[in-house]
Design a binder for this molecule. Sequence first.
Ligand SMILES: Nc1ncnc2c1ncn2[C@@H]1O[C@H](COP(=O)(O)OP(=O)(O)OP(=O)(O)O)[C@@H](O)[C@H]1O
Ligand SMILES: [Mg+2]
Length: 196
Amino acid sequence: MPHRSLVEAKLEGQFLLTLPAAAISAYNANAMPILAPNSFEFISRSAEQTRRVGMRLGGLIDSRAVICLVGDLGSGKTTFVKGLAAGWGSLDAVTSPTFVLVNMYRRPDRGLLYHLDAYRLKDAQEARDLDLDAMLEGGPLVIEWAERIQEALPKEHFLVTLRWITLDRRDLIFIAKGSHYQLLLTALRQRLYGGL
Ligand SMILES: Nc1ncnc2c1ncn2[C@@H]1O[C@H](COP(=O)(O)OP(=O)(O)OP(=O)(O)O)[C@@H](O)[C@H]1O
Ligand SMILES: [Mg+2]
């Protein structure tokens, strides 16, 4: 369903994004994507590059940020979070929270970053049972498989969709849901295209 809303975002979009050649060739089989003004696309060419993009985002988020990651197995969600946590200033290494569901990372100023993996959650209620509200209050929250618990999440959030293209390439699409996240989107776009 987030894929559906992505398609809708593309269909409703007024702006034709200028894409790098790699992105155009990746889309050769399909129609040229038309993205909405509240989104932009980045083609990552390596895991390291995805990590660096995450790092840029991590350096921009505030303590109320909700970052939703949507993408299939192996699309790069955890790789992205590794960069995001580093850019945010985490003292702790990121590990995949698939078995414990939630990880918490610390920063020297006592800030906390929450990392939730919703893969094993049945529905939004199970997320609420994990005291999602306390996480939302406690610091920035980044969620893998966010579409599984969509109803429990704030309507305003920053959505990152990740799509496998080839062994080394991933299509990342950033979508701002709400005006607050529009500012974040603009700042991230400037950072990324200001030289990565
Ligand atoms: N451009 C790229 N961006 C991100 N990962 C990449 C890229 N190219 C190759 N990879 C590899 O793809 C894999 C992505 O794994 P990762 O654990 O980040 O995915 P995930 O989306 O979190 O999967 P899961 O749904 O199982 O949690 C890693 O082995 C990584 O090295
Ligand atoms: Mg993962």
